[in-house]
Design a protein around this ligand. Structure first.
Ligand code: FES
Length: 132
């Protein structure tokens, strides 16, 4: 998609995002999360790529987010997998070997004047509904 069809949409002040947990974000009905690492904020798909558990409320430590269900870990700088779950206990390790490790889908963000913006597919940012 060309940038002619995308625009920067204001999400929230970066100070509203805690540094120790991901928070729910809804844009035009899409369930997402926003996560902070230092002075940067990133927006990702709202469900874990392991088995689709909601990621809102996931703990973040030193920019690594841990899914609350099976403890897969993701780097909130780029959504990459740091550690892939081996759940359930007996067959999990075998499953993990064949189940593709999948990074979280990331949306392009920037921080300007203390506010987080996301590059969103729209020609009119005023019409995009954002709920944090
Ligand atoms: S659903 Fe997140 S680690 Fe399994």
């Amino acid at each position: 998609m060309s940038d002619l069809n995308r625009a920067w949409v204001r999400v929230c002040p970066i100070d509203h995002i805690p540094t120790d947990k991901a928070i729910d974000l809804n844009i035009n009905g899409q369930r997402l999360i926003i996560a902070r690492c230092g002075d940067e904020a990133r927006i990702f798909q709202g469900f874990c790529s392991h088995m689709l558990f909601p990621l809102g409320g996931s703990r973040i430590e030193e920019c690594i987010m841990t899914c609350n269900l099976h403890r897969s870990k993701f780097d909130v700088r780029d959504g990459s997998v740091v550690e892939w779950s081996t759940f359930p206990p007996l067959i999990g390790p075998a499953l993990a070997a064949i189940r593709e490790r999948k990074a979280l889908r990331r949306y392009e963000t920037r921080v300007t004047d203390g506010n987080v913006y996301v590059l969103w597919p729209t020609t009119n940012p005023e019409t995009v509904r954002v709920r944090v």
